[in-house]
Structure formats: C-alpha cells, structure tokens
Design a protein around this ligand. Structure first.
Ligand SMILES: Nc1nc2c(ncn2[C@@H]2O[C@H](COP(=O)(O)OP(=O)(O)O)[C@@H](O)[C@H]2O)c(=O)[nH]1
Ligand SMILES: [Mg+2]
Length: 415
C-alpha cells in the first residue's frame, strides 16, 4: 500500500517571458523554470531548509531496494497516479479496502462537482433547462459547497438531471468546443455507471465501495510524495512459443514514487530528487489532450506549455543532466476525440498537420524532443498510451521494462 511521507505547500508562479531579446528571455525563463519546480532543488537557494527537510523525511526509499526504482514526474492531471494504480492493480500490490473507502468520498465528490460544472456552464452559455422542477433542482445543487453532503437525495437529483434533461448531455458532449476543462473527461463513466448504483437505495449508497474501473477514473489530487514499494507482477509478452505467453522478468519488483503535480506541491519534489541514485529511472508523464486547456492554478497559462517548461527544467537539473528519460504521452483517447473540434494549430501556430491523429502526436512529441537536443547523451524513450486502458498499459509495461534494461546498460557504458 502507498506510504505517505510528507506534506508541505507553497505557491509558485510562472514567469515565462515573451521578450524579443534572447538573453533577457533566457534569463526570465530560467527564473520561470526555477519557480516551476521550487527553490529547494537549486543548490544556492535556501540549502539549510533543504537539508532539514530531507533529514525529517521518513522516505522508505532511503534503504537500498531490490528491483526497479521508478520516479514518476509530470504536471498535475497528466495521469501519473492513474498509471501507477493500473500497475498496482495488475500486480500483487492490490488496492486495500481502506484505500477504496478513501476513493469512495473522492468519487462521490467528483460526481457532484462534475454536475455543478456542467450546470455553471449552462448558466454561462444560456443553455436552458426545460422542466421547471429540474431547474429548481439544478439551482439547489449549484449552491452546495465542498465538503458536499453525500445524501441519497443529491445523487437522485443528479441522476434525473443527467437522464432526463437532454441539454445536459448535449453540453457534456460538446465540452471540448466550449473549452470547458472543469468538466472532467471521466465524468460520463460515473454518470452512466456509478450513479445508477448509488442512487438506487440508501443501503447501496452507504455500502458503496468503488470498483477498480471507478478508482482509475477518480480525480484525486496527490498532495504528498507517495511511495509504492515492492510492486511485483507477471508481465504478459507476445510471441512466446512455449504454449503459454506468461512470463516473469528478472526485475519483477517495482518501487515507484508518485508526486503531486500542482505547482504548490512541486517543492516536495526535491525530496524525491534527493534519492535520485536509488530512483534511477525517470518517467515523465504528459497529457496530450491538454493542449487547449489552462492550469487550474493559473488561468493564463496553457497546460501543454507548462508541461514543456517543466520537462525542460527537469532535463536541466544537475540530478538528471545525464539521465535517460521515459516519456509517456498519455490520454490518447481524449486527444483523438478532440482534435477535430479543437484544432491544434490554434494553440501551436507552427503545427500544419490538420486534425490527423498521427501528425498531431508526432508534432507534440517533437516539442519534447526539441528540448533534449542540447543534451546529446540523453536518450528519450517514448510511449503513447491511454492510462485508463488496461490492455494498453499491459503492453506498454513490457516495453517499459525493455527501456529500463536498456537505460541501465547505457548508464553502465557511460561510467
Ligand atoms: N480519458 C482519460 N482520462 C485519464 C487518462 N489518464 C488519466 N485520466 C484521468 O485524468 C484525471 C487525472 O489523472 P491523475 O492520475 O490523478 O493525474 P496526476 O495528477 O498526474 O496524478 C483522472 O480523472 C484520471 O482518471 C487517460 O488516458 N484517458
Ligand atoms: Mg496524482
């Protein structure tokens, strides 16, 4: 089970520059990058504080561990925790009842927040609710604030709005055209599956324990460094001629560090970097589908630009200067779906590939690869995935394992 180790918060602002003068621009960008991942990781900034934090840390990864150690980084919402949960579900480190109960609250809140976001957007765009009774229900629901009352009444109201008010589903389906990024892409799954169950009776609601599929879709902010130790699993490989295609790799144990991706939590990453020698494999997660969205913390910064800047600042860090990086380009499902309704060239004017999925994938990948050109020894291993798709993740895990072996060979050669 995940082991929580620290909780600190500090807000940082992005200072990326638009100056025409290159040196000024670089200087400002460097300040911006510094703020992106917090001062702690820079040796000349507040180093006393840093060592104190490290000393007070109870990270289990201080000890040598056998197996593969992977540090997963990336902006908030890119899918880090979802991928790790998929890996855990495939392995012996299943999700306990206690953790499922924590997810229960998150999911019930996700459902209420998603319907509130839809209703707010309907108000904003003057989309009417036809029935007077449902209009009153919607107004009441909009007044609820976090922590939400998770009563049977609320879920029955949401169910009736979703099932009976045509404009609500219409607005949900066209959310990409309206740039409604506050409406979670996984909400439909809850409206179609979870609501049926939790609104069926008081007992069903009280005893509700989320399934694996529901947990994978939960939007839960990671607020501390979470270590998942000794995740062991059998890998499925294709093309085995021994009758069975199930095989276990030599490295069957994974130790994975998950971190909070919001700017305010990036200061904690220093703690994870301090164990760089142990967590030698760096996996950077990107959400492909967020090219047309702004940050939750800052409505003026494009999420893809933030992720690119974050990636650049990670690549520039002394800790990772020579490291190879595994780049996961996630949310291929949403990316594919929204390309035609939200053209990529609007956000990246250099892009000329239209709404062709492969062109768009290669363009975004190119933006990340460009960043690593200045470090010729750095190898980038890339994978396009949909972290919600178990089969996809299973296939990628086999490839990931090959990458990790290659990275360890590369490192031996470089020594
Ligand atoms: N549609 C879709 N949703 C995803 C995918 N990966 C993650 N998500 C959802 O995106 C949201 C944020 O994911 P999360 O793993 O918490 O991001 P993190 O902040 O990087 O840990 C959750 O609601 C996930 O279910 C994906 O490949 N496709
Ligand atoms: Mg997370």
């Amino acid at each position: 089970m995940g082991h929580r180790v620290s909780k600190q918060q500090q807000q940082h602002n992005n200072n990326s520059s638009n100056s025409n003068h290159n040196n000024k621009k670089e200087k400002r960008q460097s300040i911006g990058r510094r703020k992106l991942i917090g001062n702690l990781i820079y040796p000349n900034s507040n180093s006393n504080n840093s060592s104190k934090k490290r000393k007070s840390s109870s990270l289990q990864c201080k000890q040598e561990k056998s197996g593969v150690n992977v540090l997963v980084l990336g902006a908030s919402g890119s899918g880090k925790t979802t991928l790790i949960n998929q890996i855990r579900l495939m392995s012996s480190d299943n999700i306990s009842k206690e953790e499922r109960l924590e997810y229960r609250t998150v999911i019930l809140f996700n459902i209420i927040e998603a319907m509130q976001s839809i209703l707010s957007a309907m108000n904003k765009y003057d989309v009417p609710i036809d029935c007077v009774h449902r209009k009153a229900v919607a107004e009441k629901l909009l007044q609820e604030v976090n922590p939400f009352p998770t009563t049977l009444d609320i879920f029955r109201s949401i169910r009736s709005l979703w099932k009976e008010e045509g404009n609500i589903q219409l607005l949900y389906d066209t959310r990409h055209e309206y740039q409604l990024s506050t409406i979670n892409d996984t909400a439909e799954y809850y409206f179609e599956h979870t609501l049926e169950h939790v609104s069926s009776s008081k007992e069903a609601l009280i005893n509700y324990l989320p399934t694996d599929q529901e947990i994978l879709r939960a939007n839960r902010k990671t607020t501390s460094i979470v270590e998942h130790s000794n995740i062991s699993f059998k890998q499925v490989t294709e093309g085995s001629d021994a009758g069975s295609n199930i095989t276990t790799y030599d490295y069957s144990y994974y130790n994975i560090l998950d971190v909070g991706g919001l700017r305010s939590y990036r200061k904690q990453w220093a703690e994870a970097f301090a164990y760089k020698s142990l967590f030698s494999t760096l996996l950077f997660m990107v959400s492909l589908s967020e090219y047309d969205q702004c940050l939750l913390e800052d409505s003026t910064t494009n999420r893809m630009q933030e992720s690119l800047l974050l990636f650049e600042s990670i690549c520039d860090l002394q800790y990772f200067k020579k490291s190879s990086i595994i780049l996961f380009l996630n949310k291929t499902d949403v990316f594919k779906e929204k390309l035609s309704s939200s053209p990529l060239y609007v956000y990246f004017p250099h892009y000329k590939g239209g709404d062709h999925y492969e062109n768009a994938c290669q363009f975004i990948l190119g933006q990340y690869k460009k960043i690593t050109v200045k470090s010729p020894n750095k190898k980038i291993y890339t994978h396009f995935i949909c972290a919600l798709d178990t089969v996809d993740v299973q296939l990628v895990m086999s490839a990931l394992h090959e990458d990790i072996i290659q990275i360890s060979l590369d490192q031996t050669t470089l020594l």
